[in-house]
Every structure is written in structure tokens, then in C-alpha cells.
Design a protein around this ligand. Structure first.
Ligand code: GLN
Length: 227
């Protein structure tokens, strides 16, 4: 959704990963691009993706996504949502940007964001707290520090990097709405997480895909070098 506003960090790659992992398993997959110039938000998609972007763009994204409550209705009907970084902040209850302005988010996840003292930039790895995911990794680049509401679960516990910047937590999970600070794109670097979201969306366990041990080993080696 709104890659014209929240497209700075290449998070659109998450859509390509989800579609390809479905097609490899014989499912049909269609990627629908929703621009901020569109008049309506399609409400029948199974998965909605929001990427990261600049503070001003985030504010415009809230204005677009709050209009008509289409995303809220889709979530109420069981749609899966993944919000990355600026997307996390937009899906939360409120965020304060670097210029000190506070504004309401979409309120789909109980998480609030305030600016930190300096940007968190670099590799981020976490122990995933969602069933079916192990270590999650990606890169982060954000000023915001996010605090989870009392009943909101984190997506992961920080092993390396900043994440939410509060309580050693990273991201948030509320029902089928998943938020993270992981760019990468996150689902290319963490296919297990892609498969969790897909299994929620299709409503069944997904068949395993062929594994590539050389690729897994290469990823692990690179992470060791960077951590
Ligand atoms: N503008 C937000 C921040 O700096 C989000 C940045 C991003 O999406 N990477 O906190």
C-alpha cells in the first residue's frame, strides 16, 4: 500500500516474496498496488503491506489510510497486515516525529512512538517470539522509539541492534497485524516469517519448499560477520 509515500526502503520486495512463495506452491497470487492518489482502498485483499518512509510521508499515509476505514474493516474480517518501520508507526496508536509533532496513527496496534536521541542505523537481529519463527534479521534505520501497550506482544526480543528501543523488544503482534523495524526486505531475509503470514492468509499449513543449505549457511556467515 502507498509505495508512493512509504517506498523509501525497498519494502515492496515483501510483496514479491509473498507472491512468489505462493506461486511455488501452486496458489494464484496477485499483487495490488494502492497509491495515495487512489479514491478507495480495496477491502478484499488477504494481506496488506506497509513499508517505511519519511516522517512527512507517514503523516500523509495516515490521512489516506484512515479515510473510509477500509483497512480497519479488512482487518476486522481477518486480513493479515505487515507494517515495517514507518509502517509500524502508522499502524500504532500515536507517533511523534522528529519535529516534535504528535499525531494519531491508525490504532490497529497498541504501540506509541517518540523520537530517540539519535537514529538507530545498522543490522538488527532478534529471537522471534511468534510460533514458527526463529532468529529474525534485517537492517534498521529510524529515529523513532516505540513502546508497546500492556497487552501487545513483541515480534521479537533484540539480540543485536535497537529494535523498538524499549524493553529489549522488537516490533509488535496484535491478532494478524504484525509490525517490525526490519528492512531487508524483511520477508526475503526471513522466509519463515513470510510463511507464517501466508499460512494465516490461506487458512492452512503450507507445504515445505525445497531448502538451499548453501544459502542458509551464507546468510548465517554474513550475519556472524556483521554482529
Ligand atoms: N520516519 C521514521 C523514523 O525515522 C521511520 C523510518 C523508516 O521507515 N525507516 O523513525
Amino acid at each position: 500500500m502507498v509505495p508512493d509515500l512509504l517506498g523509501t526502503y525497498g519494502d515492496r520486495g515483501n510483496a514479491l516474496v509473498l507472491a512468489q512463495r505462493l506461486r511455488w506452491r501452486g496458489y494464484a497470487a496477485e499483487i495490488v498496488t494502492v497509491l495515495s492518489s487512489d479514491t478507495t482502498l480495496p477491502e478484499s485483499c488477504e494481506i496488506y503491506l506497509l513499508g517505511g518512509g519519511e516522517d512527512v510521508a507517514q503523516q500523509a499515509a495516515v490521512d489516506f489510510l484512515a479515510r473510509g476505514d477500509g483497512l480497519h474493516r479488512a482487518v476486522a474480517s481477518g486480513a493479515v497486515v505487515l507494517g515495517v518501520c514507518g509502517g509500524l508507526q502508522v499502524l500504532g496508536t500515536a507517533f511523534t516525529t522528529g519535529d516534535g509533532r504528535t499525531r494519531s496513527g491508525l490504532g490497529l496496534v497498541d504501540i506509541t512512538t517518540e523520537p530517540g536521541e539519535r537514529r538507530a542505523i545498522g543490522e538488527l537481529s532478534t529471537r522471534g517470539e511468534l510460533a514458527g519463527v526463529g532468529t529474525l534479521s534485517g537492517f534498521e534505520n529510524h529515529l523513532g522509539r516505540s513502546r508497546l501497550g500492556e497487552h501487545t506482544r513483541p515480534l521479537g526480543t533484540v539480540l543485536h541492534g535497537t529494535g523498538n528501543g524499549t524493553g529489549g523488544t522488537e516490533g509488535a503482534v496484535s491478532g494478524r497485524v504484525v509490525c517490525t523495524y526490519l528492512h531487508g526486505p524483511a520477508l526475503a531475509r526471513n522466509p519463515e516469517l513470510a510463511d507464517v503470514l501466508l499460512s494465516w492468509a490461506v487458512g492452512e499449513r503450507l507445504s515445505p519448499l525445497p531448502e538451499f543449505p548453501e544459502l542458509t549457511e551464507l546468510r548465517e556467515r554474513r550475519l556472524r560477520v556483521r554482529s
